[in-house]
Design a protein around this ligand. Structure first.
Ligand SMILES: [Mg+2]
Length: 267
């Protein structure tokens, strides 16, 4: 079990994990955030939120120098990530993605609604974000979030149509995320780890926390995985079988988050 003196790196989902699914509060996690901060342990946010949404959250959390993963892995940002800029950008940017979605909708008549189709007000209604926060949620660079409003059969056909365009659908806590097949939380974390080195060149010990199926590829990559109890219908399926390194929380959101850290990290 790692201690706070080890070269530990925390990789965390936000909604439903560090942040409460309904209120977006992280208050129950504050004692652990303080401990990690005092020990200089980097907290890497790995979320479906946009970079514009994550930056102010990082500030509120007191994170000053850590890279982060936005839009479900489509975007990696950080001063200390030494990779060429092109490699960190999505294969198809947001406007290209929206064009493809529009084309697929016209061709097959599928019914779905994306962030690009609605106003900030509607995004605020869907998510419970304030209108000002909803503006940031609409500042997308490499993925689109949609609500599916059609049949399960058409969903399969939709998936196939997107796959022809080298696009994938990933399920989050609230939305389906349309993104490049190449991108996801797992591949983004692997790319980040290849380029974000420990200040003393030590090998990172990684601990990941997440509550949604889209967190599974990230949780499969880390040394210690915390599966936070969630509201998603589809339970997280991990591919790994080293059960001693997986912890399933009994609490939701930031409560479960703290529980997971207390389980694995010794003070
Ligand atoms: Mg989540």
């Amino acid at each position: 079990m790692p201690t706070l003196q080890d070269p530990l790196m925390i990789v965390t989902d936000l909604d439903g994990s560090l942040l409460d699914h309904h209120t977006y509060s992280w208050q129950p996690a504050q004692p652990w955030l303080d401990r990690l901060n005092a020990a200089g342990i980097p907290l890497i946010i790995c979320s479906s939120k946009t970079a514009a949404e994550i930056q102010p959250i990082q500030q509120s959390l007191g994170i000053t120098n850590a890279p982060f993963i936005a839009e479900n892995g489509a975007i990696i940002m950080g001063k200390n990530v030494n990779e060429t800029r092109d490699a960190l950008l999505p294969a198809k940017d947001y406007s290209a993605l929206c064009q493809i979605l529009q084309h697929v909708r016209q061709r097959y008549g599928f019914e779905f609604t994306g962030f690009a189709d609605v106003t900030e007000k509607e995004v605020a209604d869907w998510t419970g974000l304030t209108p000002r926060e909803a503006v940031l949620a609409k500042m997308r660079k490499g993925s689109e979030s949609i609500i599916w409003r059609d049949s399960p059969e058409n969903f399969v056909a939709f998936q196939q149509a997107l796959s022809l365009e080298k696009l994938a659908l990933r399920q989050g806590g609230r939305f389906w995320h349309v993104m490049n097949q190449r991108d996801g939380k797992g591949t983004a974390l692997a790319r980040l780890l290849a380029h974000y080195t420990h200040p003393q060149g030590k090998r990172w010990i990684t601990l990941g926390l997440g509550d949604g199926p889209n967190d599974a590829p990230m949780l499969d990559q880390v040394n210690y995985a915390v599966v936070i109890k969630g509201y998603s219908k589809n339970r997280i399926q991990l591919s790994r079988d080293d059960n001693e390194n997986i912890y399933y929380s009994t609490g939701y959101g930031p409560q479960g988050w703290s529980e997971g850290l207390a389980h694995f990290v010794h003070c």
